[in-house]
Design a protein around this ligand. Structure first.
Ligand SMILES: Nc1ncnc2c1ncn2[C@@H]1O[C@H](COP(=O)(O)OP(=O)(O)OP(=O)(O)O)[C@@H](O)[C@H]1O
Ligand SMILES: [Mg+2]
Length: 500
């Protein structure tokens, strides 16, 4: 029998009282694309961090090319050809793209770094995978999608024989996903073994040769995705079938609560729409089309050049997020690492940061009230954490996202802006989040939901604006809200004479 490139046998790992992995056996052959799926907190990232040498296992053995190895640190992992692209981007924001790519192996001659060579090599690498990014720009100025591309180049700058991608497509546009898949197929031809973590099962069915399903730290199944089928995989992941992905919302929309008129910032223009109480208003469009920029203008992050924003008929001049919050506007940003949660603060601290006012009476916080409030939210949102007093850092990616949402419950909001609220969230928890959005709507909030997933916009929104290159291309009413119309507007085809 052919030797596996990777063989992990009976691997276990605990964090304090939490057993993240229980006797996991996981094998990947050369040139195989293996998907790894499971609910938030199932143990996917932990298993891969052990393989890459970022975490040490408690028990079990790892074989690379049939030989037992001890991977005690990431350097050792890299020497064995194991490269990992982490779920949370590890870009250093204030150095250039090229420097990021070659961070751990800068091309030097007699100890002197050769900058021109560095930039040239970086450019070649970026172009070889079908992108065009200037290697000399400061990485922090790139869009999240492009930062992800830089991460991939960084992994490819080492001779990767084993490439691990932990939710690489969460921030990519559909066209970029296609390019990434081409890159992966190329690597597969070169016998690179690829481990691919994703919550998007369509992608798994499309790209993976095999899939391994984890549930609560244990393997519940492995096989060929197309043979297993999506429903079966979901069943192995969450132990039940999902019948209603988009739960019904019986809410009468009320009065107009929010209005934006001819908004112009240095990133977007021509944006006008209204949101009523209880309404879920979508903003669709491709990555980079200006969706997040609208959110930033409303929330007081980016300055408004011209145009007016009204909240309950009052013109609103938000100079800062703090001011926006004080007026009753909340936001869950797309990049939770930067703005959504403070990673080294605990779950409790993150949640109470914004809800503090309503829990504290006469200026001091009642500790008991706070604890039970947080505890309730954690249960309601099914946030998987040992306790509310652990740092958010210790939670799995999807559970961190839930904390970013939980922050806003119990505040006196009128409008909440959700930028990609279900990115990195497993299918079961997605439905929970949709229910929560419905609950917010039932409480009379206006909800603005930005999403790259068209099915989510169609399934959840009452109406939606579609952005194209920084301009609003149109608004679709519920009856017109379908993939074809969204795509047409997103691609910049005119609504009336646009049929090509
Ligand atoms: N550094 C850590 N300290 C404490 N607990 C941790 C740590 N890393 C992970 N855990 C716990 O281990 C379990 C598995 O987490 P892991 O990050 O592997 O999940 P995941 O499958 O990658 O989930 P997601 O889809 O949300 O990214 C979770 O219960 C998590 O809270
Ligand atoms: Mg993870």
């Amino acid at each position: 029998m052919a030797v596996h490139r990777i063989e992990m046998n009976n691997v276990s790992k605990s964090f304090g009282g939490v057993q993240a992995l229980k006797n996991v056996t996981f094998k990947v052959s050369p040139g195989e694309i293996m998907a790894l799926v499971g609910e938030n907190g199932a143990g996917k990232s932990t298993l891969m961090k052990i393989l890459a040498g970022a975490y040490t296992k408690d028990k079990g053995e790892i074989l690379v090319d049939g030989k037992v190895v001890e991977i005690n640190n990431p350097q050792k992992g890299r020497r064995l050809g194991i490269n990992i692209i982490y779920q949370e981007l590890t870009i250093v924001p204030d150095i250039t793209v090229a420097e990021n790519i070659f961070l751990s192996n800068l091309p030097a001659h007699n100890g002197i770094i050769q900058w021109s060579k560095l930039n040239q090599k970086a450019e070649e690498l970026i172009q070889s995978i079908g992108f065009n990014i200037n290697p000399k720009i400061i990485a922090g100025n790139l869009s999240v999608a492009h930062q992800q591309i830089v991460e991939i180049c960084k992994a490819l700058s080492h001779d990767a024989r084993i490439l691990i991608l932990d939710e690489p497509t969460a921030v990519l546009a559909p066209s970029e996903v296609k390019i990434l898949f081409k890159v992966l197929k190329n690597l597969k031809e070169k016998e690179v073994s690829i481990i691919y973590i994703s919550h998007r099962l369509e992608e798994v069915l499309e790209i993976a040769d095999r899939v391994t399903v984890l549930k609560d730290g244990e393997v519940t199944g492995t096989g060929i995705p197309k043979e297993m089928g999506k429903d079966n995989i979901i069943n192995l992941m969450i132990g039940r079938e999902i019948t209603d992905m988009y739960p019904k919302r019986d809410v009468e929309t009320g009065k107009e609560i929010f209005k934006i008129e001819k908004l112009k910032t240095d990133k977007v223009e021509n944006v006008s729409f209204t949101v009523r109480a209880g309404e879920v208003f979508g903003i669709a469009g491709l990555v980079g089309s200006g969706r997040t920029e609208i959110a930033k203008a409303i929330f007081g992050v980016d300055p408004v050049q011209t145009g007016i924003i009204y909240l309950k008929n009052q013109p609103l001049k938000n100079k800062s997020p703090k001011e926006a919050v004080s007026k009753g506007i909340g936001m869950v940003p797309e990049n939770r690492k930067e703005e959504g949660v403070i990673l080294d603060m605990t779950v409790r601290e993150n949640i109470t940061m914004t809800t503090l006012k309503s829990i504290s009476q006469l200026g001091f916080i009642k500790n008991r009230t706070e604890s039970s409030f947080c505890q309730q939210l954690v249960e309601k949102l099914r946030i998987k954490t040992g306790s509310i007093d652990v740092p958010v850092n210790n939670l799995s990616g999807g559970n961190q996202q839930k904390v970013a949402l939980a922050k806003w419950f119990g505040t006196n909001l009128k409008l909440i802006i959700l930028d990609e609220p279900t990115r990195g969230i497993d299918v079961g928890a997605k439905v929970e989040i949709y229910k929560l959005i419905n609950e917010l709507s039932r409480q009379g909030l206006g909800v603005i939901m930005i999403s790259s997933e068209m099915t989510e916009i169609i399934g959840m929104c009452d109406r939606a604006a579609v952005m194209h290159r920084g301009k609003m291309a149109g608004i679709l009413e519920k009856d017109d809200l379908n993939e074809e119309n969204i795509m047409r507007l997103a691609a910049g085809e005119d609504k009336n004479n646009g049929k090509k």
